[in-house]
Design a protein around this ligand. Structure first.
Ligand code: NDP
Length: 477
């Protein structure tokens, strides 16, 4: 069985307590690996190592840092098969998607290798003085990540942190730490000074809390549930720490009467069900114009029937198991709640039957119609493969319903009318709006949430700025 130690000060180490836990495959509950489980003292050691490495790494030129990041991207690509396999075994997603995730993580390293060189300052000429504005690395960053994209979401933090000159301690999710740890090891092996990149495993309530509360960390970059983000923000406040929070979502998908319904149905099914709906920007609520709602919904069901479900290691599979029993139970509860309040089940709503499904956390992608905002599935983050469809009469009604949420991460709109596209996208309350596209992630553009979906931005040049402090140097004349 695979063994996963932590990485502290450039050395693979067990936890101080010697504690280990077994990671299980959500497709069949087979044991996958034994992982070392740390606690607060392990996190404190890693923070100290990152602090000691900070003068060396922050003092390295941005060109040299860029070279190391490009080398890291190459090393991650050369270890792609191994890292991707670990994602599938611990998280469940199909291997082809896991490979895409690792490729994207390597691309993030390449992108920020270049972006780090564009950390320009300013020169301001005043009558009495000259001002230089510098942007310098914040210091040690704590990077805390969830299990749904364990490598990619960590890469969105590791790459800009290192490009900015920060050192870091990463805390991957307790139930899926394997691939993230291998990713950080590859980055470290590319030529980082010892201690610049550290990984500590262990519970969020201990390791995560130490990373947030220990004065050594100067920046917390977190992706996860809104509730955890709230806790982190409150506890970071004690030392006025910088925080970036990428939190929950409840993304609406609006289909206008003039939309290309085939394209909209395909986009909706893919974004609602890929990774079993365990995607922060996944489609959670569908609003279809009443003139085309029935036709669109029929197309959505037809698309949904095409997915092949099974063990993610099978190359033909489109959808793997859900990550955990808890995730599946929550999805079942939301579907039952919706059906109890008048929704109609068009497909799914239960576990698939047959060989190969009994031991895993499988669930059928589910399409509901006659959904409304009294239902939990329309208001809470299901984080499961459910697409509830609700009809609307006017565009303003669709926008009002879409904005009727405490979340504001992503929103989608399908229309062939430019005025409708501009009118709606300017009024939707979300950090990212996809018009005729079902993905608001682009490496070169900022990503993040409005309202309770988060604070700060990742990716784009904004992703680098999240790891920089501003300094004004005033020169008297
Ligand atoms: P959690 O918030 O439960 O956990 C995320 C990470 O935080 C884990 O590493 C966890 O550790 C750690 N953690 C838990 N408690 C604390 C604490 N008190 N202090 C510090 N760290 C802590 O999220 P999930 O893993 O369940 O991920 C799913 C969530 O992530 C969904 O809500 C989803 O919307 C959100 N998400 C948001 C994205 C975005 O970009 N906005 C992208 C992807 C997901 P442990 O595993 O040990 O509990």
């Amino acid at each position: 069985m695979f063994h996963s130690p932590m990485l502290i000060n450039g050395v693979e180490v067990p936890s101080l307590s010697g504690k280990v836990e077994i990671i299980h495959n959500p497709a069949n509950q087979d044991p996958v690996a034994e992982v070392c489980v740390g606690s607060r003292p392990d996190a404190a050691l890693a923070l100290q190592a990152a602090k000691d490495a900070f003068p060396v790494w922050s003092g390295t030129s941005s060109q040299k840092r860029g070279e190391v990041l490009h080398a890291a991207a190459d090393l991650v690509r050369s270890r792609l098969d191994r890292i991707a396999q670990l994602i599938t075994l611990e998280q469940g997603k199909p291997l082809k998607n896991a490979k895409g995730e690792v490729r994207s993580a390597a691309d993030a390293l390449d992108f920020f290798a270049e972006e780090g060189k564009r950390n320009f300052g300013e020169w301001i000429a005043s009558s009495q003085s000259r001002s230089i504005v510098l942007r310098q690395p914040i210091g040690v960053a704590a990077l805390i990540t969830p299990w749904n994209f364990p490598v990619d979401l960590l890469a969105w933090k590791v790459a800009p942190a290192l490009a900015a000159g920060c050192t870091f301690v990463a805390k991957p999710p307790s139930l899926a730490p394997l691939a993230a740890t291998e990713f950080v090891k590859a980055v470290h092996d590319a030529g980082l000074p010892a201690g610049a990149a550290n990984v500590v495993h262990g519970p969020g309530s201990e390791v995560g809390a130490e990373l947030v509360e220990n004065p050594i960390s100067r920046k917390i970059a977190f992706t996860g549930e809104t509730e955890t983000g709230r806790w982190i923000m409150a506890h970071a406040a004690g030392q006025i720490k910088r925080v970036s929070l990428e939190l929950g979502g409840q993304s609406p998908f609006i289909v206008c009467k003039d939309a290309d319904l085939d394209a909209a149905a395909a986009a909706c099914a893919q974004r609602a069900f890929s990774n079993m709906g365990q995607v922060c920007i996944g489609v959670n609520r569908v609003y279809a114009a009443e003139e085309i709602a029935d036709e669109f919904t029929a197309k959505l069901v037809e698309r949904t029937l095409r997915f092949k479900i099974g063990n993610g290691m099978d190359p033909d599979v489109d959808l793997g198991p859900m990550f955990s029993r808890a995730q599946r139970d929550r999805t079942k509860e939301h579907v039952a709640d919706a059906l109890g309040k008048g929704a109609q089940l068009l497909f799914g709503g239960c576990e698939p039957e047959g060989d190969g499904y009994q031991k895993g956390f499988f669930f059928l992608p589910t399409v509901l119609c006659k959904a409304d905002h009294s239902m939990r599935v329309m208001r809470e983050e299901t984080f499961g493969p459910v697409a509830p469809v609700c009809k609307f009469k006017t565009l303003d009604e669709a926008i009002r319903l879409a904005n009727d949420s405490e979340y504001g991460l992503a929103a989608y709109l399908f229309t062939n009318d430019l005025k409708t596209a501009i009118y709606a996208s300017e009024r939707l309350e979300a950090g990212g709006v996809g018009v005729n596209i079902n993905n608001v992630v682009d490496m070169q553009a900022p990503f993040g949430g409005w309202k309770q979906s988060g604070l700060g931005r990742e990716l784009g040049h904004q992703g680098l700025e999240a790891y920089l402090e501003t300094k004004h140097i005033r020169l008297g004349l």
